[in-house]
Write a protein that binds this ligand. Sequence first.
Ligand code: F3S
Length: 642
Amino acid sequence: MNKSMTRKIIEDHYISGNMVAGEEVAIRIDHTLTHDVTGTQAYLAFETLGIPRVKTEKSVSYIDHNLLYTDNKNMDDHLYLQSIAKKYGLYLSRAGNGICHIVHLERFGIPGKTLLGSDSHTPTGGAIGMLSIGAGGMDVAMAMAGEPLYIKMPYIINVNLKGKLRGGVSAKDIILEMLRRIGVKGGLGKVFEYTGQGLDCLSVYDRATIANMGAEMGATTSIFPSDETVHKFFTHQKREADWVELYPDKDAYYDGVIEIDLNTLEPMVAKPHMPDNVVKVSELKDVKVNQVFIGSCTNASYTDFVKAAKIMENKVVHDDVSLSIAPGSRQIFSMLLRDGIISKLVASGARVLECGCGPCVGIGQAPNTGGISLRTSNRNFRGRGGTLDAYLYLASPEVAAATALTGYITDPRDVIDSKLLENIEEPREYIINDNMVINPIETNENIEIIRGPNIKPMPVNDPMEEIIEARVVAKFGDNITTDDIIPASAQFSALRSNIPAISEITFGRIDPGFYSRAKEYKKSIIIGGENYGQGSSREHAAIAPMYLGVKAVIAKSMARIHKNNLVNHGVIPLLFADSAAYDSIEQGDCLYIEDAISQIRTKKVKILNKTKNTFFETIVDLTDREVELIIAGGRLRFIQNK
Ligand code: F3S
């Protein structure tokens, strides 16, 4: 069989399993990344394994999400991460060095390698031909311990790009077009492999934008060839020795093909509150905007800001708009400073934030009450920006800059000659400076872990019981995100290492009574609709409910990473065999599962709704290995019992 890039990398890293789409396969992980929000839980898990040093080729701990030192908590956590890196042989990318995915591309990534990151946008690494997969912290801890990653062998879809982008239309519009076509569930179980002559007009950062937002389709990952464009990127980064060519074989086998003609694309925007709610900018009528943000791991490259500066040059941000910008990495920031781009944007009224995630995840720059914010980031779920009743739109830097000027969502071609936005030059010379990366050290015996009062032990679940009797603590509709479960905010991220405190805000924004009901019921079950748990890889969205006594989540369908997180923490993810059963269940109902351990091993679980005196069937969409993890009480307990 002629092979796709994905298949080649999986074969190179194969450990066990069946390389048939949909079947479980175990692969070796070369690199890991974590960040300060998900990292502390990953390292708390890693510490319990008693392994003296990480076993991966490269593991990098990034501090990029919550950089606000408004009290002791964030700096406590950052010092914990720094001491962990020193003790266990990791690289540490310090606060201010940039967003994990961008820095990993620039300074660490290697084509053809595997990367596992405790962040759902880890697929950004696909821009340079890495097989880059997002996971929960526990899976990353296990990879650092040398354990394989278990994934379902993906369906591999070729996305054939034809033509060339026109001025004012950019990589963001390609991925918004993908979202428009296939939706937030359309990538489940799939890898999108981009090829075609249209790649010629896409830089590594453009490809990163596309690979990054593949996560919004639920894809396992996305990947691009490691071609001459990637080669040049490595040369600029003074890492030519790390470059490896990677292409699919001629006539490679794919499970499906999507074609996009770049010539026909228009500037697009994802409307609130889902990234697939995509329309052309030209279809919107007079959407007045209060806030614009250009930044995040999706769109914060050098050329993104050059384009914004061209659009804004000698003009001023609209009186009613607050414009913030945050370059994706210190390298990008330094080059923008050197080349006078930042001063142009500042002259137009932009407010410069530090290189980090910040507003993307509700850490600063929250919109006004009921406000409208247009962002270049990747998620527009309700509350994602830190204000629950705000409306978030997602668009390209060009649309963002034009909108900042007019105060209305604006097609950039209406404010600048589109020719001026074509063939934007990459920086003439890259600034290479890794002095904000702390390298691993050889001996680590006497290194003390710094554990401030904000670092609490990770709770571990009990083994599964034969009889589960639990009450329905909440019933939700479709597309519940991990942001709904644990709201993205400065408050949450400061509590990231303190599950008892986090549990008090679980579902707080959409169901304020959740915490007290869960405490009252002691053992409970959550009911969800379609695509339950989509969005961030946030493991806290599984750990906190587990800590509150949630024994199972029963949904119509479930997002991959969240399902894995539930398994890793011993919470049973079940799917309704017949969606009609969903309709009959109400909050407060008492559900009863007899012979739970024997039933789960058969991959079907029959449940009695004692309140309604009816039975319904559920499906266990898990491998035998995953079932045993749940029975043990989660992955940590399973490993400890071995
Ligand atoms: Fe950070 Fe937002 Fe990306 S939180 S990693 S910039 S999705």
